[in-house]
Design a binder for this molecule. Structure first.
Ligand SMILES: C[S@@+](CC[C@H](N)C(=O)[O-])C[C@H]1O[C@@H](n2cnc3c(N)ncnc32)[C@H](O)[C@@H]1O
Length: 392
């Protein structure tokens, strides 16, 4: 197999950077030859808690988020959110989180897996080592569905296939931190989404939609690109038992922010049926979008789509958006700026001023102080925003 190379235009999500090695396994190559990995995201919560009637009864408390361990460090000895109440965690979830120890050698030192030496290193200080390549651990299998998925996937685990270090046009094939923040919010506020019809824009691997389907009735999980949507569909199948337990269904569909209309051509994969479109417009009351504000033109396209869609919906609706404020040094400014985030905030402001005789938009930040049920680094720069669209 060719060596895995990191090109200058590739990006790697922190979610995959910080996932300990044994949690992501390379399982196959996708149809365009990219290595696909399987990661497990543990829900620090038991199925019993899912059936609780509401946030007040869940035993969850409004506590500060967990401090993430530094990259490469052992997993926390104390439970995530340690020092806080962990009511709501099943004994199983508790045992699993505390048993994720880093590998140790016979003296008890950390056993660090080293990167293979670069071919360009002409003067190595140590004798050359064997090169290590990712290995395919299992060949592509048919989609796991129903009972099969249930057997291989306990209630507390979400299995997600994804790629790593993709070019910008393929970022949807990775899981981003904002998706985990939004998933946490959905689980914490599950009463708000119980039995709803939900639309996710730019769903990528589908993690948010999969979590939403544990409470919502129908989730339209949308993005663009047959490759990506196929991967997303596979993830939905891998986790189908989580959705069906709550009666939820996830429908993976194409929705391109650069197009005005939904594709209804039955020959196009992931196109819409007339029934789905009618259901979408008649029943949707919640929209989600995680980490989709990284390119100003796409941000404009997404806000246009959002404002067009809510005008077609029969009911008032709420959109919950997650965004990470990323700082970059730019030659243009000769300074550190967060242009993509600034453009997002300007778009929110513009939306609020868009009120017409039919509809008005209210925008408010959501305090990200709810507990973490998924393990990731909830950094200060991660934000949630709520847009309420209602008739004037
Ligand atoms: C950074 S990824 C976020 C993926 C996922 N929400 C997450 O947080 O893990 C941005 C997503 O926006 C999607 N996207 C980009 N342009 C789009 C367009 N024109 N229409 C629909 N989705 C688009 C990408 O395909 C990708 O899935």
């Amino acid at each position: 197999m060719d060596e895995v190379t990191f090109k200058s235009n590739t990006v790697l999500s922190d979610v995959h950077l910080y996932t300990p090695n044994h949690r992501h396994l390379m399982v196959r190559l996708n149809s365009v030859g990219q290595p696909v990995f399987l990661s497990q995201f543990k829900l620090l919560w038991s199925r019993d808690s899912w059936t609780d009637s509401g946030t007040e009864d869940s035993g969850l408390r409004d506590v500060p988020p967990q401090e993430a361990p530094p990259a490469g460090s052992a997993s926390p000895r104390s439970p995530p959110g340690s020092g806080h109440s962990h009511e709501g965690l099943s004994p199983q979830a508790w045992a699993d989180t505390t048993s994720q120890e880093a590998p140790l050698d016979e003296d008890g030192d950390l056993d660090v897996v080293r990167r293979p030496r670069a071919a360009s290193d002409l003067d190595p200080a140590e004798p050359p080592r064997d090169k290590v390549h990712p290995m395919i651990l299992a060949q592509e299998e048919d989609d796991l569905t129903g009972d099969q998925a249930q057997e291989s996937c306990p209630d507390s685990i979400i299995k997600i296939e994804h790629t790593m270090a993709t070019p910008l046009e393929d970022v949807g094939k990775q899981v981003w931190r904002g998706a985990l923040l939004l998933a946490d919010y959905i689980l914490f506020q599950r009463d708000l989404f119980q039995g709803r019809t939900v639309l996710e824009l730019g769903a990528g691997t589908g993690l948010v939609s999969i979590v939403a389907a544990t409470v919502a009735r129908t989730v339209y999980c949308t993005d663009v690109g047959t490759d990506l949507l196929a991967m997303c569909q596979r993830n939905v199948a891998l986790n189908s038992h989580l959705a069906t337990a709550g009666g939820g269904v996830v429908k993976v569909k194409e929705l391109d922010w650069l197009k005005d209309d939904l594709c209804t051509d039955p020959n196009v994969p992931f196109s819409w049926s007339e029934e789905d479109i009618a259901d979408l417009y008649d029943h949707t009351t919640v929209l989600f979008a995680a980490e989709v504000f990284y390119d100003d033109d796409l941000t404009d396209a997404l806000f246009n789509t959002l404002s067009r869609l809510v005008r077609r919906l029969k009911n008032a609706c709420t959109a919950i958006l997650s965004v990470e404020r990323r700082f970059n040094f730019t030659l243009r400014h000769l300074d550190v700026t967060c242009e993509a985030y600034d453009h997002f905030r300007a778009s929110l402001n513009a939306l609020e001023k868009l009120a017409d005789s039919r509809l008005r938009f209210m925008v408010e930040p959501v305090e990200a102080s709810f507990p973490q049920l998924l393990i990731y680094e909830r950094i200060r720069q991660l934000e949630l925003w709520k847009i309420i669209a209602e008739p004037t």
